[in-house]
Design a protein around this ligand. Structure first.
Ligand code: ADP
Ligand code: ZN
Length: 215
Protein backbone atom coordinates (compact mmCIF):
# COMPACT_ATOMS: atom_id res chain seq x y z
CA UNK A 1 0.00 0.00 0.00
CA UNK A 2 1.03 3.59 -0.50
CA UNK A 3 -0.33 6.84 -1.92
CA UNK A 4 -0.43 7.44 -5.68
CA UNK A 5 3.12 7.99 -6.89
CA UNK A 6 4.73 6.13 -3.98
CA UNK A 7 6.22 3.57 -6.37
CA UNK A 8 3.94 0.60 -5.68
CA UNK A 9 4.06 -0.62 -9.26
CA UNK A 10 7.82 -0.21 -9.71
CA UNK A 11 8.71 -1.81 -6.40
CA UNK A 12 5.95 -4.43 -6.55
CA UNK A 13 7.16 -5.67 -9.95
CA UNK A 14 10.73 -6.02 -8.67
CA UNK A 15 9.62 -7.79 -5.51
CA UNK A 16 7.47 -10.18 -7.50
CA UNK A 17 10.41 -11.04 -9.75
CA UNK A 18 12.68 -11.59 -6.75
CA UNK A 19 10.13 -13.86 -5.07
CA UNK A 20 9.14 -15.63 -8.30
CA UNK A 21 5.44 -14.89 -7.75
CA UNK A 22 2.84 -13.02 -9.81
CA UNK A 23 1.87 -9.42 -9.05
CA UNK A 24 -1.75 -8.36 -9.34
CA UNK A 25 -2.29 -4.64 -9.78
CA UNK A 26 -5.93 -3.58 -9.77
CA UNK A 27 -4.94 -0.28 -11.43
CA UNK A 28 -3.18 -2.13 -14.29
CA UNK A 29 -6.07 -4.55 -14.67
CA UNK A 30 -8.58 -1.70 -14.86
CA UNK A 31 -6.46 0.18 -17.44
CA UNK A 32 -6.16 -3.04 -19.44
CA UNK A 33 -9.95 -3.50 -19.32
CA UNK A 34 -10.38 0.06 -20.58
CA UNK A 35 -7.99 -0.49 -23.48
CA UNK A 36 -9.81 -3.70 -24.36
CA UNK A 37 -13.16 -1.87 -24.19
CA UNK A 38 -14.78 -4.40 -21.85
CA UNK A 39 -17.86 -3.66 -19.76
CA UNK A 40 -15.66 -3.52 -16.65
CA UNK A 41 -13.41 -0.97 -18.34
CA UNK A 42 -16.37 1.17 -19.33
CA UNK A 43 -17.75 1.04 -15.82
CA UNK A 44 -14.43 2.01 -14.26
CA UNK A 45 -13.57 4.86 -16.62
CA UNK A 46 -15.43 7.74 -15.03
CA UNK A 47 -14.25 6.90 -11.52
CA UNK A 48 -10.63 6.62 -12.58
CA UNK A 49 -10.58 9.82 -14.61
CA UNK A 50 -12.09 11.70 -11.67
CA UNK A 51 -9.52 10.25 -9.24
CA UNK A 52 -12.26 8.42 -7.35
CA UNK A 53 -12.26 4.77 -6.30
CA UNK A 54 -14.00 2.21 -8.45
CA UNK A 55 -16.86 0.64 -6.39
CA UNK A 56 -15.78 -2.06 -3.94
CA UNK A 57 -17.99 -4.82 -5.38
CA UNK A 58 -16.50 -4.32 -8.85
CA UNK A 59 -12.96 -4.56 -7.46
CA UNK A 60 -13.73 -7.56 -5.26
CA UNK A 61 -15.19 -9.49 -8.20
CA UNK A 62 -12.12 -8.64 -10.24
CA UNK A 63 -9.74 -9.90 -7.54
CA UNK A 64 -11.75 -13.03 -6.86
CA UNK A 65 -11.77 -13.89 -10.56
CA UNK A 66 -8.06 -13.08 -10.96
CA UNK A 67 -6.97 -15.27 -8.05
CA UNK A 68 -9.11 -18.13 -9.29
CA UNK A 69 -7.56 -18.05 -12.73
CA UNK A 70 -3.94 -17.45 -11.78
CA UNK A 71 -1.19 -19.76 -10.70
CA UNK A 72 -0.88 -18.30 -7.25
CA UNK A 73 0.38 -21.47 -5.61
CA UNK A 74 3.65 -19.86 -4.47
CA UNK A 75 1.91 -16.72 -3.28
CA UNK A 76 1.39 -13.33 -4.90
CA UNK A 77 1.81 -9.61 -4.49
CA UNK A 78 -1.23 -7.35 -4.43
CA UNK A 79 -0.56 -3.84 -5.70
CA UNK A 80 -3.09 -1.06 -5.16
CA UNK A 81 -5.52 -3.37 -3.39
CA UNK A 82 -7.16 -3.33 -0.85
CA UNK A 83 -7.93 0.39 -0.83
CA UNK A 84 -10.91 0.50 1.55
CA UNK A 85 -11.88 -1.36 4.72
CA UNK A 86 -14.65 -3.12 2.78
CA UNK A 87 -12.07 -4.38 0.28
CA UNK A 88 -9.81 -5.54 3.12
CA UNK A 89 -12.71 -7.48 4.66
CA UNK A 90 -13.61 -8.93 1.25
CA UNK A 91 -10.01 -9.97 0.69
CA UNK A 92 -10.03 -11.67 4.08
CA UNK A 93 -13.04 -13.75 2.97
CA UNK A 94 -11.49 -14.65 -0.39
CA UNK A 95 -8.24 -15.72 1.29
CA UNK A 96 -10.04 -17.67 4.01
CA UNK A 97 -11.89 -19.66 1.34
CA UNK A 98 -8.55 -20.45 -0.26
CA UNK A 99 -6.95 -21.41 3.05
CA UNK A 100 -4.48 -18.55 2.71
CA UNK A 101 -3.56 -15.43 4.67
CA UNK A 102 -1.46 -12.32 4.17
CA UNK A 103 2.19 -12.50 5.22
CA UNK A 104 2.66 -8.75 5.42
CA UNK A 105 1.25 -5.39 4.43
CA UNK A 106 3.83 -2.93 3.11
CA UNK A 107 3.24 0.76 3.80
CA UNK A 108 5.39 2.59 1.25
CA UNK A 109 5.83 6.11 2.64
CA UNK A 110 6.59 9.19 0.57
CA UNK A 111 6.01 12.87 1.53
CA UNK A 112 3.20 14.66 -0.29
CA UNK A 113 5.40 17.24 -2.11
CA UNK A 114 7.46 14.43 -3.57
CA UNK A 115 4.32 12.57 -4.71
CA UNK A 116 3.02 15.60 -6.55
CA UNK A 117 6.44 16.08 -8.21
CA UNK A 118 6.61 12.44 -9.30
CA UNK A 119 3.06 12.24 -10.64
CA UNK A 120 3.31 15.45 -12.66
CA UNK A 121 6.55 14.18 -14.24
CA UNK A 122 5.26 10.65 -14.91
CA UNK A 123 4.93 9.56 -18.55
CA UNK A 124 3.74 6.14 -19.61
CA UNK A 125 4.17 4.17 -22.81
CA UNK A 126 0.84 2.98 -24.24
CA UNK A 127 2.64 0.23 -26.21
CA UNK A 128 5.04 -1.52 -23.83
CA UNK A 129 3.74 -0.17 -20.51
CA UNK A 130 7.10 1.33 -19.47
CA UNK A 131 6.89 4.16 -16.94
CA UNK A 132 9.29 7.12 -17.23
CA UNK A 133 9.94 10.37 -15.47
CA UNK A 134 10.00 13.43 -17.75
CA UNK A 135 13.65 13.95 -16.68
CA UNK A 136 14.60 10.65 -18.29
CA UNK A 137 13.12 11.73 -21.64
CA UNK A 138 14.14 14.49 -24.04
CA UNK A 139 11.30 16.58 -22.66
CA UNK A 140 8.03 16.29 -20.77
CA UNK A 141 5.99 16.63 -23.94
CA UNK A 142 3.57 13.90 -24.91
CA UNK A 143 4.57 11.97 -28.03
CA UNK A 144 8.30 11.89 -27.19
CA UNK A 145 9.51 8.38 -28.15
CA UNK A 146 9.61 5.68 -25.47
CA UNK A 147 13.30 4.71 -24.96
CA UNK A 148 12.19 1.08 -24.78
CA UNK A 149 10.02 0.71 -27.90
CA UNK A 150 9.86 4.22 -29.47
CA UNK A 151 6.06 4.56 -29.30
CA UNK A 152 4.96 8.07 -28.24
CA UNK A 153 4.72 8.42 -24.45
CA UNK A 154 1.62 9.88 -22.78
CA UNK A 155 0.62 11.44 -19.49
CA UNK A 156 -1.94 9.35 -17.62
CA UNK A 157 -5.29 11.14 -17.63
CA UNK A 158 -5.41 10.89 -13.84
CA UNK A 159 -1.89 12.34 -13.42
CA UNK A 160 -3.16 15.82 -14.33
CA UNK A 161 -2.92 18.22 -11.34
CA UNK A 162 -6.63 18.53 -10.37
CA UNK A 163 -7.06 14.75 -10.39
CA UNK A 164 -3.81 14.19 -8.50
CA UNK A 165 -5.12 16.35 -5.65
CA UNK A 166 -8.31 14.30 -5.46
CA UNK A 167 -6.44 10.97 -5.56
CA UNK A 168 -4.23 12.06 -2.66
CA UNK A 169 -7.29 13.09 -0.67
CA UNK A 170 -9.02 9.79 -1.42
CA UNK A 171 -5.89 7.98 -0.23
CA UNK A 172 -5.78 9.89 3.06
CA UNK A 173 -9.47 9.51 3.82
CA UNK A 174 -10.32 6.03 2.48
CA UNK A 175 -7.12 4.02 2.16
CA UNK A 176 -4.86 5.14 5.00
CA UNK A 177 -7.39 3.89 7.61
CA UNK A 178 -6.91 0.39 6.17
CA UNK A 179 -3.34 0.43 7.55
CA UNK A 180 -4.67 0.99 11.07
CA UNK A 181 -7.22 -1.75 10.45
CA UNK A 182 -4.43 -4.19 9.58
CA UNK A 183 -2.27 -2.99 12.46
CA UNK A 184 -5.15 -3.89 14.79
CA UNK A 185 -5.39 -7.36 13.22
CA UNK A 186 -2.53 -9.84 13.33
CA UNK A 187 -1.04 -9.00 9.92
CA UNK A 188 2.39 -7.33 10.24
CA UNK A 189 2.42 -3.83 8.74
CA UNK A 190 5.90 -3.01 7.48
CA UNK A 191 6.54 0.71 6.97
CA UNK A 192 9.27 1.41 4.42
CA UNK A 193 10.46 4.85 3.23
CA UNK A 194 9.80 5.08 -0.51
CA UNK A 195 12.23 7.95 -1.16
CA UNK A 196 15.67 7.68 -2.76
CA UNK A 197 16.83 5.59 -5.74
CA UNK A 198 14.55 2.75 -6.89
CA UNK A 199 17.26 0.15 -6.13
CA UNK A 200 17.75 1.53 -2.63
CA UNK A 201 14.02 1.34 -1.85
CA UNK A 202 13.98 -2.21 -3.20
CA UNK A 203 16.93 -3.16 -0.97
CA UNK A 204 15.12 -1.78 2.09
CA UNK A 205 11.95 -3.66 1.19
CA UNK A 206 13.71 -6.99 0.80
CA UNK A 207 15.58 -6.45 4.04
CA UNK A 208 12.45 -5.57 6.00
CA UNK A 209 10.39 -8.41 4.52
CA UNK A 210 13.11 -10.94 5.24
CA UNK A 211 13.36 -9.74 8.86
CA UNK A 212 9.61 -10.16 9.11
CA UNK A 213 9.87 -13.78 7.96
CA UNK A 214 12.47 -14.60 10.59
CA UNK A 215 10.62 -13.29 13.61
P1 ADP B 1 -2.27 5.05 -8.13
O1 ADP B 1 -2.02 4.14 -6.98
O2 ADP B 1 -1.05 5.76 -8.59
O3 ADP B 1 -3.44 5.96 -7.93
P2 ADP B 1 -3.39 2.86 -9.67
O4 ADP B 1 -2.95 2.48 -11.04
O5 ADP B 1 -3.16 1.89 -8.57
O6 ADP B 1 -2.63 4.22 -9.40
O7 ADP B 1 -4.94 3.24 -9.68
C1 ADP B 1 -5.49 4.12 -10.63
C2 ADP B 1 -7.00 4.26 -10.40
O8 ADP B 1 -7.64 2.97 -10.57
C3 ADP B 1 -7.44 4.70 -9.00
O9 ADP B 1 -7.42 6.11 -8.87
C4 ADP B 1 -8.86 4.13 -8.93
O10 ADP B 1 -9.79 4.90 -9.66
C5 ADP B 1 -8.72 2.81 -9.65
N1 ADP B 1 -8.39 1.71 -8.71
C6 ADP B 1 -7.25 0.96 -8.71
N2 ADP B 1 -7.28 0.06 -7.72
C7 ADP B 1 -8.44 0.23 -7.06
C8 ADP B 1 -9.05 -0.38 -5.93
N3 ADP B 1 -8.46 -1.37 -5.26
N4 ADP B 1 -10.27 0.08 -5.53
C9 ADP B 1 -10.89 1.07 -6.18
N5 ADP B 1 -10.38 1.69 -7.25
C10 ADP B 1 -9.17 1.29 -7.70
ZN1 ZN C 1 7.40 1.64 -24.92
Amino acid sequence: MGPPGAGKGTQGARLAEWLGVPRFSTGDMLREARRAGTELGERARRYMDAGELVPDEVILDLIDETLRGADASRGFILDGFPRTETQAEGLGDVLARRGESLDAVVDLQVPEEELVRRLSARRVCPECGAVWSAEELESGEEGIPCPECSAGVEQREDDRPETVRRRLEVYRTQTEPVLAWYAASDVPVVAVPGTGPVSEVQRRLRERLTEGAET
